[in-house]
Design a binder for this molecule. Structure first.
Ligand code: GAL
Length: 677
C-alpha cells in the first residue's frame, strides 16, 4: 500500500514557507518554476503561519494560502497542511499569558522561540480549535490537500498549576488510592509517605517513580493535545494525519504517538564526518527501521537537509554522492518519500544559514539544487518501488519507558543512561549495528509488540520489564525463537521497583536464561577485562576486550560459552546459552568490543537461517531489500571513499543508474544503486 492512496510514487519536496515572501510575489512565481524543475511533488505548508492567518484576534486572512494552494493544484503538488500550534501569535501570548509554559522551577516563560505552549490552557485550545476548524473547512475539499501535518516536533513539558492538576488526576487514575501509590512509590524511603496526592513532586530526584510517572504523563498530555488537534479537523476532513517525530527524542514515547498517526513521519539530520560514515549510517538505519516497524509499512522522512544544518559543530559542504546516499538510506529502510527542511532559505533570523534547496542566490545553479533535481529525476526511475515492503526475521527492542527508568535510576556509573540519541553508541545501538553490518532486514520494536514470526529477538539493556513481557519472552523461546539479552536487563518492573529474587527478572527470567546475575562491575578505563570463549573462535578470535561493564554471573543450568579473563572473577560466566522448549536464550553479561558482537551475530544469524539480502558483499558495502508484487528491489550502498566492486548472485538491472542487467556492480565512492532481479 502506498503512503498516500492514489499516489503510486515516492514523495519528494519539503517545508515551504511562502508566508516569509509575501512582499516579493516574483519569488513565489519562481518557486513554482524551480519546484517543477527539481521534480518536487509534495510540500508541508503553514507550520508556523498562525500569525499570518489571524493577524489580530478574530480577524482572519487566508487569501495568501488560497493562492498557494491553487498554485499547488496547477503544478500538481501535494500539500500537507499544518495545524499551526507550534507558533502562537504574539497577540495571543500577550493577551493570554497563561498559554505560555511554566518551567519545572515554577517560572512562567516569556513568549518567543516556538513549540512552547501550555498543554492544558483552555484558552489555547479554544483559539487553536477555531483556527484549525477554519483551515479544515476551507481546504478539506481542495484537490491539492494530501494530509495534515499536526503541529511540529511536539516536545517539552509544562508545570503550570493546571498541568500539575492533570498530573494529579493521572496519578489518581493510575493508582486508585494513596495507599497503593505509597506502596509502589516505596515512599517509606527518606520519609516520603504522601498524605495528599498533590504532594507528589515530579522533580523530586529522590523518587524514581515520580520522575518516571511524569514522563509517562507528559506523553499522555501530548497525546491528548494531538487528539484535540485532530478532532478539530475531523468535522470537515478525513485526510490522513501525521506529526513529525525526532528520531529517538527521549522526551516522548513515540510508540504511543504512532498509535494516532495515520502514517509515520520523521525528521533526520545526520552529518557525515570523516571516519564516522558507518556509524552514522547504522544509527539512521536503526531510526528508519523503527519508524517502518511502528506500522509495519512505509513511513515518510518528513524533514532532512539538502545542504547542511546550521547548528552542527562542523558545517561541511556535502561531498559528492553523500546527499543521494543519505536519501537512499531512508528509502532502503522503508521510507516512501524524502522531504527537506526547507525549500527556500529565509533572509533573516536563526535559520537563515540553514541548508535549503534554494539558496540566497535564488537560482537553480547551486550544487545543492542540482543534486536535488538530479535525485528527483532518478526517483521517477524507481517509482515502481514505492509501496514495497520489508520482511525482517530479526528484531531488536528499544523501550522508552525502560530508557527513562534506567535514566532515573541512580547508579551504574556515568554511562548508564546512554540509550538516548546523544549516545546511541550505547548498548542498543551497538547491537543494532552489529546486526546491520550483516545486511539483514531488521525490525526495531518495543517490548509490547508481537514477537511471533521473528526468528531472532535481541533485547539489549532492557532494564524495565513491563507486565507480561517476561512471559511473552518465555513463550517466544519455547516456540522456537532465539533470544539474546544483555547486562542491565530485567532489573526493575514497570514501577521501577527492583525484582525480588535476583536478576535477571526474578524467577521467570533466571529460569529462562539459566543464570543468576549477582552484581555488576562497572570499572574505570584503567581496569582491563576480557571475555574468553570456551569453544571455537569467533571471527578468528577467542578473546575479546570488555569495556566498562561486566555482570558477575552464576550458571544455574545454562551452558557457559565464554568466561571472564581477568580480575578476581576470572573464569566465571560472561556469555551463556540455555535451551528451553524448541528455542534458546543467550545472555551476554559483558559490554564487549564491537568485533565480538559482529562475529557473534554473524554466526547466530546463520544458525537462525537468516541470510544477508545479498551474499559476499565487500565490508564497506551494505544492502537492504524491499519487496512488492513478487519483485525484489536491492538498495546497495558504498559507505567508503573508494570504488567498490560487488559480485551479484544473479544478473540485475540497476534502476537507479539506468544500467542494464549485469552480475557485477561497480559503485563509485559514496555511490548507491537500486537493483531489480
Ligand atoms: C526541525 C524543525 C524545522 C527546522 C529544522 C532545522 O527540528 O522541525 O522547523 O527548524 O529542525 O534543522
Amino acid at each position: 500500500m502506498n503512503l498516500l492512496e492514489n499516489f503510486p510514487a515516492f514523495l519528494h519536496g519539503g517545508d515551504y514557507n511562502p508566508d516569509q515572501w509575501l512582499r516579493t510575489p516574483e519569488i513565489i512565481d519562481e518557486d513554482f518554476r524551480l519546484m517543477d524543475k527539481a521534480r518536487c511533488n509534495t510540500f508541508s505548508i503553514g507550520i508556523f503561519s498562525w500569525s499570518q492567518y489571524e493577524p489580530e484576534e478574530g480577524k482572519f486572512d487566508f487569501s495568501w494560502l488560497d493562492d498557494i494552494m491553487e498554485r499547488c493544484r496547477i503544478h500538481e503538488k501535494k500539500v500537507f497542511l499544518a495545524t499551526p500550534s507550534a507558533a502562537r501569535p504574539a497577540w495571543l501570548a500577550h493577551k493570554y499569558p497563561e498559554t505560555n509554559r511554566v518551567s519545572a522551577e515554577g517560572v512562567r516563560q516569556p513568549w518567543g522561540i516556538r513549540e512552547n505552549h501550555c498543554w492544558s490552557s483552555p484558552v489555547m485550545r479554544t483559539k487553536l480549535a477555531l483556527i484549525i476548524r477554519k483551515l479544515a473547512e476551507r481546504y478539506a475539499a481542495h484537490p491539492a490537500l494530501a494530509g495534515w501535518h499536526i503541529s511540529n516536533e511536539y516536545n517539552g513539558a509544562c508545570h503550570c498549576p493546571l498541568c500539575r492538576k492533570e498530573f494529579v488526576d493521572f496519578l489518581k487514575q493510575r493508582y486508585g488510592s494513596l495507599e497503593r501509590l505509597n506502596e509502589l512509590y516505596w515512599s517509606a524511603f527518606w520519609g516520603h509517605r504522601y498524605t495528599a496526592w498533590d504532594q507528589v513532586d515530579p522533580n523530586d530526584r529522590a523518587m524514581d517513580l515520580a520522575m518516571l510517572d511524569f514522563q509517562r504523563f507528559n506523553t499522555q498530555q501530548v497525546l491528548d493535545f494531538m487528539r484535540f488537534e485532530i478532532e478539530a479537523l475531523r468535522d470537515y476532513s478525513d485526510a490522513p494525519v501525521t506529526t513529525n517525530m525526532m528520531g529517538l527524542y527521549e522526551g516522548l514515547d513515540y510508540w504511543r504517538i504512532a498509535e494516532i498517526c495515520d502514517f509515520i513521519a520523521d525528521d533526520c539530520y545526520p552529518v557525515w564526518y570523516k571516519g564516522e560514515t558507518e556509524q552514522t549510517a547504522a544509527q539512521y538505519a536503526m531510526i528508519h527501521d523503527m519508524h517502518y516497524s511502528m506500522k509495519g509499512r512505509p513511513f515518510l522522512m518528513m524533514e532532512s537537509c539538502p545542504g547542511i544544518p546550521n547548528y552542527k559543530p562542523y558545517c561541511k559542504i556535502r561531498r559528492p554522492g553523500e546527499f543521494e546516499r543519505e536519501m537512499l538510506l531512508a528509502l532502503a529502510h522503508g521510507a516512501d518519500g524524502t522531504m527537506y527542511f526547507q525549500w527556500r532559505k529565509g533572509r533573516g533570523n536563526c535559520e537563515k544559514i540553514h541548508g535549503a534547496v534554494v539558496g540566497h542566490d535564488g537560482t537553480d545553479r547551486t550544487l545543492v539544487f542540482q543534486r536535488v533535481a538530479d535525485y528527483g529525476a532518478k526517483l521517477e526511475r524507481i517509482r515502481e518501488v514505492a509501496g514495497s515492503l520489508i520482511r525482517p526475521e530479526a528484531a531488536i527492542l528499544y523501550d522508552w519507558e525502560s530508557a527513562w527508568a534506567l535514566h532515573n535510576t541512580k547508579g551504574f556509573g556515568e554511562h548508564a543512561g546512554n540509550v538516548t540519541e546523544q549516545s546511541l553508541c550505547g548498548t542498543v545501538f551497538s547491537h543494532y549495528r552489529a546486526l546491520w553490518t550483516h545486511s539483514v532486514p531488521l525490525s526495531v520494536l518495543e517490548s509490547a509488540c508481537d514477537f511471533s514470526g521473528y526468528k531472532l529477538l535481541v533485547a539489549p539493556m532492557l532494564f524495565m520489564m513491563k507486565p507480561g513481557v517476561m512471559e511473552r519472552l518465555v513463550r517466544f523461546v519455547e516456540e522456537g525463537g532465539t533470544l539474546v539479552m544483555t547486562y542491565l536487563s530485567a532489573y526493575v518492573d514497570e514501577n521501577n521497583l527492583c525484582f525480588y529474587g535476583g536478576n535477571p527478572g526474578g524467577k521467570i527470567l533466571r529460569e529462562l536464561f539459566g543464570i543468576w546475575n549477582e552484581d555488576i562491575d562497572l570499572f574505570e578505563p584503567e581496569t582491563k577485562q576480557t571475555l574468553r570463549l570456551s569453544g571455537a573462535p569467533l571471527g578468528g578470535k577467542t578473546e575479546f576486550e570488555v569495556l566498562r561493564r561486566c555482570e558477575y554471573l552464576h550458571a544455574e543450568g545454562a551452558q557457559v560459552l565464554g568466561v571472564y579473563g581477568r580480575e578476581f572473577y576470572a573464569g566465571s560466566p560472561a556469555l551463556t546459552v540455555n535451551f528451553r522448549g524448541k528455542g534458546r536464550a543467550y545472555y551476554i553479561g559483558a559490554d564487549t568490543e564491537p568485533d565480538f558482537l559482529e562475529a557473534f551475530y554473524g554466526k547466530l544469524l546463520g544458525e537462525c537461517g537468516i541470510a544477508p539480502v545479498l551474499p559476499d558483499l565487500p565490508p564497506a558495502v551494505k544492502a537492504a531489500r524491499r519487496e512488492k508484487d513478487g519483485s525484489a528491489y536491492y538498495f546497495v550502498q558504498n559507505l567508503s571513499d573508494e570504488t567498490q566492486c560487488v559480485r551479484l548472485p544473479f544478473a540485475m538491472t540497476d534502476l537507479w543508474n539506468d544500467a542494464p542487467a549485469s552480475r557485477e556492480l561497480l559503485l563509485p565512492p559514496a555511490g548507491s544503486a537500486v537493483l531489480k532481479a
